[in-house]
Design a protein around this ligand. Structure first.
Ligand code: MSK
Length: 663
């Protein structure tokens, strides 16, 4: 173990690869984050660069009286910064949704051989939601209408996007009262960019309200369409068991990693790797077979539906290459580090970009086209196979864990109510009776500014012990899977009430519901909980919360904002990105709570995150007149002392940094 490496991650596989990286002088996100302290002005939105009279640097601390050259205040600058990040995040998720709709259209019109409609039931359900005629029509006819209706959601100019109607009635009224019912997905994103440019919207509250409208077009628009159409094309997930962490790489097989977000190519890569001629080709090169694994959310897509193992979460992409065992890393869009390309100069891995939207200098580009998907997928897999004889000495860390994934909201409903009466009733009853205190979504990325996975792991374990049912998506799900929390065995961490319910229903206490776009499944599940009755008549009445303890991407801000706009209390870990404006920080918390019933807070410490979450659940339970009450101090002692140790270490580091800055 090299000095100082222990605090970078709690994952033994990552730790092993970091030791090697340090010994061999390999730069990783961990080492770069250490060398590059965050800019003290930029990290709280104290800098404005939206026009070219600047950039205007206002201050390193909140409360500056300075303004930009145009007179923009710190509050306006912070609100614009926040809204633009939300728009960027919403754009990423929604463009994913658009591509899925285009693939569905190509499939239904016979222009995308290799794809099919795998879940006809879901197709009909979605068609019904979109008021599309079903009776007497072929699945292709219905799918064409669904795809066209989905595509129309992006360019819609007036009225409301269709899926807002899936929310509880009261929530829809809140959106209308506040003027934040999304008109069109693209329209709101474009309007955010217009409003936040130099010289347009200068009222922080007004800007932030529009950020909510934009984000709703992500959660109840682009992301929800991405999820639904993904299910129609590739199947709605149901539980399956697979493995996670770098130990899923194989010594004697061609290792291909699929990385990024969209399932269209990765599903086809999986199919191509199963073709007898392709397997024979791999054998002809001396490999025993072909091993496909995933990274980030592409991993979650093929893991949820196909049981393909995950090699790890966001911070493991470079470390996977350092194993020397990866013949090809196939990337599409989002969360792909530019640093992968220089790494290919040291390792034999072929980095293959595939999206017409994303090229990386130094990487090989094989452009994917769904109209010729299998031929392209085979070409990519063969390129990886050709690289197998070039493999150097490998150092695959021997760490992998089992996990159970595949909990779509449809399956959760079936699991709770049974095949004839699928429903959320048993969950609502368990919450009413107090066996389950509440439901918390723990989602989002890794961030090299935090100890990798520590906050994800700590928050989830603590909440489980307090009878809170957990749902997870994205890299957060992979984080906890690495420590065995996504298995029925995690029951040992559950409080007695939660345990009783999970044992009766036969479900694990942590449910992996999918990739980042699948946070929309959580919105649907919350709407079902409201519809089931007994827990109020709006999402904001439910004893639920959302946490992104190690987030780093703009997409996480969009997710947080649409969750808040839907009535959820959300806590994000790490630094407050708008920390230089106390007023804007208040607007997104107390201000938004007044407007829409949800609020957004930033909190570094895992213990505080847990305390605030449990306190919020207690308040919601009290408002619903449910028992039992929240009892502070109910955490396990081991965790409290470990957390105290880490928070002391973090405090000392911050002090050192402040001293360095004041010098
Ligand atoms: S991949 S957005 S690092 S969760 Fe969805 Fe992971 Fe965050 Fe990317």
């Amino acid at each position: 173990m090299a000095t100082g490496e222990k605090e970078k991650t709690i994952d033994p596989a990552a730790q092993a690869m970091l030791d090697i990286s340090t010994a061999e002088g390999i730069s990783t996100a961990f080492s770069r984050a250490e060398a590059m302290r965050p800019c003290p002005i930029g990290r709280g939105a104290g800098c404005c660069s939206v026009c070219f009279a600047g950039p205007c640097r206002l201050a390193t601390r909140p409360g500056s009286e300075l303004t930009g050259v145009c007179g923009a205040t710190q509050d306006t600058i912070a609100a614009r910064y926040f809204a633009r990040a939300v728009a960027a995040g919403a754009a990423a998720h929604s463009d994913h949704g658009r591509d899925m709709a285009l693939t569905l259209l190509a499939t239904a019109t016979g222009k995308a051989p290799g794809y099919g409609i795998h879940d006809e039931r879901k197709l009909r359900k979605v068609a019904h939601l979109m008021n599309i005629k079903i009776d007497g029509r072929s699945k292709e006819e219905i799918a064409i209408d669904v795809a066209n209706a989905a595509l129309a959601q992006f360019g819609n100019q007036n009225g409301e996007i269709i899926y807002l109607s899936r929310a509880p009635q009261k929530r829809q009224e809140v959106w209308r009262q506040q003027g934040i019912a999304t008109r069109g997905i693209d329209r709101e994103i474009v309007e955010t960019m217009h409003r936040t440019g130099m010289g347009t919207d200068q009222d922080p509250e007004h800007i932030l309200t529009h950020a909510m409208r934009t984000s709703l077009g992500d959660g109840w628009g682009g992301s929800m369409l991405g999820t639904d159409i993904g299910d129609i094309l590739f199947g709605t997930p149901s539980p399956l068991r697979t493995k996670v962490n770098l130990g899923v790489l194989k010594e004697d097989e061609v290792n291909i990693l699929v990385h990024g977000h969209e399932p269209t190519l990765s599903e086809m890569i999986v199919a191509a790797a199963c073709q007898p001629d392709v397997i024979e080709y791999a054998k002809s090169k001396g490999a025993k077979g072909i091993n496909i694994a995933g990274l980030c959310c592409t991993a979650n897509e093929v893991l949820m539906r196909q049981g393909i193992p995950s090699a790890g979460n966001f911070l493991q992409q470079e470390l996977a290459m350092v194993t020397g065992a990866v013949e090809a890393m196939i990337v599409d869009v989002q969360c792909i580090m530019e640093a992968l390309s220089p790494l290919t100069e040291r390792f034999h891995t072929k980095l293959i970009t595939t999206s017409p939207k994303a090229k990386i200098p130094g990487a090989m580009h094989i452009q994917f086209d769904e109209h010729d998907a299998m031929a392209i997928a085979k070409l990519i897999v063969r390129t990886a196979i050709d690289n197998y004889p070039n493999r150097p000495k490998t150092r695959i860390p021997e760490y992998s864990e089992d996990l159970v994934a595949g909990f779509s909201h449809e399956y959760i409903s079936y699991m709770l109510g049974g095949i004839y009466r699928d429903s959320f009733r048993p969950l609502n009853d368990a919450i009413v009776q107090g066996r389950i205190r509440g439901v918390v979504a723990v989602v989002g990325c890794n961030n090299p500014r935090e100890t990798q996975d520590y906050n994800h792991h700590t928050v989830v374990k603590e909440l489980l012990g307090n009878d809170v049912l957990i749902v997870q998506t994205g890299c957060g799900a992979i984080a906890n899977a690495k420590y065995g929390l996504l298995t029925p065995e995690a029951m040992e961490y559950a409080g007695p009430g939660l345990r009783e319910v999970c044992e009766a229903v036969g479900m694990p206490p942590v449910l992996h519901v999918g990739s980042c776009v699948d946070n929309s499944r959580i919105l649907t599940a919350l709407s079902h909980m409201v519809a089931e009755g007994g827990l109020g008549d709006d999402i904001s009445d439910l004893p639920v919360a959302g946490i992104a303890p190690e987030w780093m991407h703009e997409k996480a801000l969009s997710i947080a904002t649409y969750a808040v706009a839907s009535g959820v209390y959300v806590i994000m870990g790490g630094d407050n990105p708008i920390g230089h404006s106390e007023s804007v920080t208040r607007l997104v918390s107390a201000g938004w709570e007044k407007q829409v019933g949800g609020k957004l807070e930033f909190e570094r410490e895992a213990t505080r995150i847990v305390e605030k979450t449990l306190a919020h659940i207690a308040v919601k339970r009290a408002a619903l007149k449910l028992v039992p009450k929240y009892e502070p101090g109910a955490y396990s002692r081991t965790f409290v002392s470990k957390l105290a140790q880490l928070s002391r270490a973090a405090g000392e580091e911050e002090k050192e940094e402040e001293t360095a800055q004041s010098n």
